[in-house]
Design a protein around this ligand. Structure first.
Ligand SMILES: [Zn+2]
Length: 409
């Protein structure tokens, strides 16, 4: 049983609390302190980004009621960032696993975690400020999430502690921030894109634990509204992936985009973004930053406007005697594109389809009207522009339209 354990500071990383325990224990040997903290589970990895059974191991050594496991996992590990895109029930199941000490890192996450020389990070100005307020510096949770590169509080670049073979070293040993060498001078040279990405990382982590992606996808809709739409004969309405990739590179720089997406945005990648099946938040955040979209809108259960649908809906509502060609012309689209859009929205065609010859057995009557040549030419031209193959079917549509209007009144 642990007789004393430090209280976490605001937003302090769980590993950081363990480091302060080590420091105050007065014991030099890391192994002995690990045994005090974890009992027979001394081999446990204690500095992973996604929390693991270490939290449960420590809390079970403390008298009951001293520490709330929920609080530790939600506020002192990046759990909520990594579990943010899960449906709420699944997130609760993940949390429950961790509280029971069964926590396993979801495989899609450990594949995306940085390897090699990635170590814990700090902000030089936070180090100064925390030392003034608390008497010692500590590691902040939000500084550790790899997509973030800037301290959102001080708007300076995060720095990494210097450790050889950091993954092994940090999991086996304690490196209290107060005892490692830290830079004093802040590096204020950060781009607005880097700052905004870091702010969104912070927001995704800080949203209430109950917030998950809603049924609608306002991020995807903003792409469609914002000029990233492409219409294909076969697959219908989609996001233009090449255009989006190029725009992201323009905004974030090619290196950042390659880190988040790889060499291109694949079809399945885009589908997972559209359906929220992409579980790591990084890609959403890179797109969201570029679109200048607030996090509230992304997680809002109320769908934003669908500009194309509204436009088509208005045209359909106006009625009149449009042909497909005329509708396409008005929308500056090709005819197959208009058909694809209607399929996408599950809308019925609202233009007059020319009925070829009607039924074979029906007897045909002839309607004749006399106009002067000049007017006839005018009518011919007009009907051609509207997509009719002859002036006669146009004239017939006009008559039907007038009669329909009259019967409606
Ligand atoms: Zn800071």
């Amino acid at each position: 049983m642990l007789t004393w354990f430090p209280s976490p500071y605001p937003d302090e990383l769980f590993y950081s609390v363990l480091c302060r325990y080590y420091l105050s224990s007065g014991i030099k040997e890391h192994n002995i302190v690990k045994r005090l903290l974890f009992g027979n589970r001394v081999g446990i990895k204690m500095a992973t980004l996604y929390p693991n059974a270490a939290v449960h191991a420590v809390l079970s050594q403390l008298p009951e009621g001293v520490f709330d496991g929920h609080n530790v996992i939600l506020h002192h590990t990046p759990f909520l960032y990594y579990a943010r895109m899960y449906p709420q029930q699944e997130r609760e199941a993940l949390l429950d696993d961790l509280l029971q000490g069964r926590g396993k890192t979801p495989t899609h996450l450990w594949r995306t975690f940085p390897k090699g020389d990635y170590a814990l990070r700090y902000c030089p100005l936070c180090v100064q400020e925390d030392t003034q307020i608390y008497g010692e510096p500590y590691y902040h949770v939000e500084h550790q999430i790899p997509l973030s590169s800037v301290c959102v509080r001080h708007r300076c670049r995060l720095k990494q502690i210097a450790v050889d073979n950091p993954r092994l070293a940090l999991n086996n040993n304690f490196y209290p921030l107060g005892t490692v060498e830290t830079a004093r001078e802040p590096d204020m040279d950060v781009t607005p894109a880097e700052l905004r990405v870091s702010e969104l990382v912070w927001e995704y982590w800080k949203l209430p634990a109950s917030i998950s992606p809603p049924a609608c996808n306002n991020l995807y809709q903003t792409l469609l509204n914002g000029g990233y739409m492409t219409i294909a004969r076969q697959t219908g309405l989609n996001v233009d992936r090449a255009k989006l990739y190029a725009a992201l590179c323009d905004y974030h720089g090619a290196e950042t985009v390659a880190k988040g997406f790889g060499a291109s945005i694949t079809t399945s990648m885009m589908n997972r973004i559209k359906t929220w099946e992409q579980l790591l938040p990084d890609r959403y955040i890179l797109i969201q930053t570029m679109l200048d979209l607030p996090t509230n809108t992304v997680f809002d259960p109320k769908p934003i406007r669908d500009k194309l649908r509204e436009k088509i809906g208005r045209m359909a509502g106006q009625g009149g005697f449009h042909t497909l060609r005329q509708v396409a012309g008005k929308l500056h689209l090709k005819q197959y594109e208009v058909n694809a859009i209607l399929r996408y929205y599950n809308m019925a065609p609202f233009w007059r389809e020319e009925i070829p010859g009607k039924s074979q057995t029906a007897r045909k009557g002839i309607l004749r009207c006399t106009v002067d040549e000049e007017e006839l030419e005018h009518i011919r031209q007009y009907s051609q522009e509207m997509g009719y193959h002859c002036a006669g079917s146009f004239a017939l549509d006009c008559i039907r339209f007038v009669m329909e209007q009259a019967s409606r009144e």
